[in-house]
Ligand binder design. Sequence first.
Ligand code: G3P
Length: 224
Amino acid sequence: MKTPIILVNFKIYNEISGARGLELAKICEDVSSKTGVNISIAPQIIDLSYISEKVSIPIFSQHVDNIKPGSGTGKTTLEGIKAAKAVGTLINHSENRLKIADIDSIINRCRELGLISVVCTNTISVSKAVAMFNPTFIAVEPPELIGGDISVTDADPGIVKNTVKTIRDIAPDVKVLCGAGVKNGKDVKKAIELGAEGVLLASGVTKAKNPREVLEDLAKGAMK
Ligand code: G3P
């Protein structure tokens, strides 16, 4: 996957439900193709298939359960998201935590199925533990900064820098993203300077009055 990456998590905000989710996905696709920056999206799971039919940027699931296809009412499988043309999934997001045994198993099954694993973590020690499982990406997000106005890159640059350093020593192929409060190109630039390969963000885009303008600015921060 091309980096730096700007991964926009739509979460379950009202602003992205139904047709508005597709509208935002198309804006992301347009800004990505005009700037050449990898803008990937994690739409609401219910819209995965619908949106992936209509845009060509990489699409991630927001969550999967550690379960194989069969009886499991209401759960989401890796096979299901792959069939919906997702390229990968977020795992262990702060708003949908998993047990460590499930994280390990989902990462292994992602590998078997050729899917990208993006595991969210909240501290350096959790990142360290997850690095042992060799996911594709670790996205460090201090929960207290999620949805807020101060970017992790300003509020706690040390957690980004030290996560990168720690993971490089354990699993040099694992790429690091950072998120929480990221809002503009300056935050993206700083994330990259701190050693991250991109950002994971939500409200800065989903709740913006003009998401296109915000995305253009974010993309600028990812350009050399
Ligand atoms: O998944 C991204 C997220 O948790 C960060 O949210 O709204 O602070 O960009 P936000």
